[in-house]
Design a protein around this ligand. Structure first.
Ligand code: SAM
Length: 337
């Protein structure tokens, strides 16, 4: 039992990463028009320390928000980091500046108790979700699938941080294919503050002069269903197709493209491209058809040769990295009689 509890605590610790205000600011500036008159929910955020709460509270008037709701998971203490050791939780409601100083003063913020621990899946947190127009946060990585499923179930607009590995989760990729989720602006490296009792690591871990511990990850991105400018920018293509340079896979009915920048401008068929393509994806330019079955059975949408038991893409007998399958968006129209 003691071991089980220890493991549970260790698992919970893995979710304790705190997003920097600068990263929030840099992403959110691309979505300003979506927020006017809206209720925003940050539902994995200790409001006294979350930079998501800080961002929306301090930009409340600038964004023209209607209401900000922030829920805090398992902790009412005033220390910087949630230790997940208190089963009670609270939520905060901010409806904007009342005294004209344009600062969210404590007396302007309503603090309400929650009956449970503030789990985003609990009935009382779902009631708050129903009230929200847009959900913005960095949710626990370990519950990412469930977190996104809930947002989709309640038909919410959202902008959330996740790991790029989630792109090919079998629960997430179909949503990307159906254009129900796409990537935001920033993808790649991001640094997060971590709790003071975090274990040191060999790489991507450091302590700053103040003693604050940090971790960075190279594969972080924003997932959203809010439209943005970058999603409508065409990728400039300059390479001409040749069968020598773009061989067909041994086990998928598509040609291989090694670099997103080298997608040929004159190939109408299906192409396997690196996952990083999603960062440049414009649905008016390309359609996503599937991905390699190493990510989940059936995800290639029939492109995989069932005679071949290998799910990773193979080119001339050599295994390659996982791929997303795309084709030019207007191909279907062009091949109609
Ligand atoms: C990756 S951290 C990000 C924290 C904060 N959103 C930020 O960006 O700084 C995820 C947070 O979700 C909280 N959390 C874990 N499980 C949760 C759950 N079931 N419901 C709500 N929050 C949860 C964790 O305590 C943790 O603080």
């Amino acid at each position: 039992m003691a071991n089980k509890n220890l493991n549970k605590a260790k698992e919970a610790k893995k979710d304790e990463f705190y997003t920097q205000l600068e990263d929030i600011n840099n992403e959110l500036r691309h979505y300003r028009e979506h927020f006017r008159g809206k209720t925003v929910l940050c539902n994995c955020d200790d409001p006294r320390v979350s930079n998501f709460f800080t961002y929306f509270a301090y930009n409340f008037e600038f964004l023209g928000l209607k209401k900000l709701i922030t829920t805090c998971y398992k902790n009412q203490e005033r220390d910087l980091f949630s230790q997940g050791d208190c089963e009670k939780a609270i939520y905060l409601v901010y409806k904007g500046d009342k005294n004209g100083n344009r600062i969210p003063d404590p007396e302007e913020i309503g603090i309400h108790p929650l009956k449970g621990d503030g789990d985003f899946r609990s009935a009382e947190c779902i009631e708050l979700l129903k009230e929200a127009d847009i959900v913005v946060t960095n949710p626990p990585f370990s519950l990412f699938r469930e977190y996104v499923a809930q947002l989709i179930e309640y038909d919410k607009k959202f902008l959330i941080i996740g790991n790029q590995n989630a792109i090919t989760y079998k629960e997430i990729f179909p949503l990307i294919m159906q254009n129900k989720i796409w990537l935001g602006f920033k993808s790649g490296d991001m640094s997060f503050q971590v709790p003071s009792d975090s274990e040191p690591r060999a790489t991507r871990y450091w302590q700053d002069d103040s003693g604050q511990k940090w971790r960075s990850m190279g594969n972080i991105c924003w997932f959203t269903n809010l439209d943005h400018k970058k999603r409508h920018e065409d990728l400039i293509l300059y390479k001409k197709y040749s069968p020598e340079e773009y061989p067909k896979y041994d086990n998928y009915n598509a040609i291989n493209v090694n670099k997103v920048s080298e997608i040929p401008y004159d190939y109408d068929g299906i192409m396997g491209v690196p996952i990083t393509f999603l960062d440049k994806y414009n649905p008016s330019q390309f359609e996503i058809v599937g991905c390699t079955e190493s990510e989940g059975k059936g995800l290639s949408n029939g492109l995989h040769n069932a005679q071949n038991s290998v799910k990773q893409p193979i080119i001339g007998g050599v295994r390659a990295y996982k791929r997303i399958f795309i084709q030019p968006a207007n191909t279907r129209l062009r091949i109609l009689p």
